[in-house]
Design a protein around this ligand. Structure first.
Ligand code: FAD
Length: 318
């Protein structure tokens, strides 16, 4: 079922959902299931599965030279979506990227999604690769998420890249896109970024999931400005609990987000990671309760594959 239909059916009640990342290549999928199992008690109507960018690795040839190879360390997004969908009878949302894919490869991926009964896709540009300063699309690939949304939207109408198919099994994907309450790191201003978000919605996006934020006022302001700009689709807040000291440095560095002073003070008081995890859980509970009281459609948690902190939050919020 479509994410938007789940929201409609909830009649104003806030739903619980989360996002997982595929295991590293070679790792068993059981660990993923072990982390999903405890969260199923909170009835997520959908689970997102991320897609990782490809990256360069250097293989020692043993003769003093290195072989540069392009590889994906966490493949398997679609396979995981299919296996979770059937194991738990829950909708899954594969993240589909512009980066690293030609439009044809994206089309084949979407055809697979359709055959697997996947009704939702999250359309994203993807970040620059680790070795690159700026995002570079693959030759023949989509440049921005808006282009990918347009491709999916056309496919929903039976328009493939090179053919128009008047067929009985036309896909009807519900399309999610990313939004940034503290603006995307490459964007010159929040207003400019919101205009880009509006373009994605005008191109066919059905809902927005936000980047993580730790100060709810940033989300409320973002939604207000989005509504003023004419963006009417659901805007789902993304929540990530702080879990380790390093998060204080890496989250602002990677995502260009601010952490509230009170949260920093609480984390700095902690003597070990167990205490920091608890602070992160408490903070996320308070954030979630306020957002739920404000009537957000869904609370979407970034689990990063580990569920115990998310389970503790959900037990207090749902
Ligand atoms: P876009 O909407 O294309 O925007 C990218 C930048 O370009 C913005 O600064 C925007 O303002 C600007 N822009 C947009 N259109 C134009 C235009 N026509 N001309 C000029 N500038 C323009 N990354 C992954 O690799 N895998 C994932 O699974 C993944 N999941 C995510 C899930 C969520 C909920 C979020 C919020 C992010 C996720 N990301 C993921 C990260 C995302 O790929 C990066 O943030 C990426 O840098 C931007 O993606 P986007 O889809 O927002 O891009």
């Amino acid at each position: 079922m479509k994410v938007t239909k789940h929201i409609e059916n909830a009649n104003g009640n806030t739903l619980f959902s989360f996002e997982i990342i595929p295991p590293q290549k070679g790792k068993n999928i059981q660990e993923l299931y072990d982390n999903i199992d405890p969260l199923m008690e909170y009835n997520p109507p959908f689970i997102d599965v991320t897609t990782s960018r490809e990256e360069y690795i250097y293989i020692d040839k043993g003769n003093g030279l290195l072989d540069k190879k392009l590889t994906r360390m966490r493949p398997g997004t679609l396979g995981i979506c299919a296996s979770i969908k059937h194991k738990y009878n829950v909708d899954t949302v594969p993240h589909v990227l512009c980066g690293g894919f030609t439009k044809e490869e994206t089309e084949y991926l979407l055809v697979d999604c359709n055959y697997l009964g996947i009704d939702n896709v999250m359309a994203l540009r993807g970040d620059a690769m680790k070795d690159e300063q700026y995002f570079m699309p693959k030759a023949g690939g989509n440049c921005y998420a808006v282009d990918l949304v347009a491709q999916i939207y056309e496919l929903n109408k039976g328009k493939y890249l090179h053919e128009v198919m008047d067929i009985d099994n036309r896909p009807d994907f519900c399309i999610g896109v990313a939004g940034y309450p503290e603006k995307h790191l490459e964007s010159p201003s929040l207003t400019s970024d919101l205009k880009r978000l509006k373009e994605k919605v005008d191109a066919g996006a059905d809902y927005v999931v936000t980047q993580m934020f730790f100060d709810n006022s940033k989300y409320f302001e973002f939604v207000k400005r989005a509504r003023e700009m004419g963006i009417t689709v659901p805007i789902i807040p993304g929540i990530k609990p702080i879990a380790v000291q390093k998060h204080l440095q890496v989250l602002p560095q990677i995502f260009r987000i601010d952490l509230p002073e009170d949260l920093i003070i609480e984390v700095d008081k902690c003597k070990n990671n167990a205490e920091i995890r608890q602070v992160g859980i408490e903070w996320a509970i308070q954030q979630s309760l306020e957002l739920k009281a404000a009537g957000v459609p869904v609370l979407h948690y970034y689990s990063m594959g580990k569920s115990e902190n998310i389970r503790q939050i959900a037990s207090k919020v749902f």
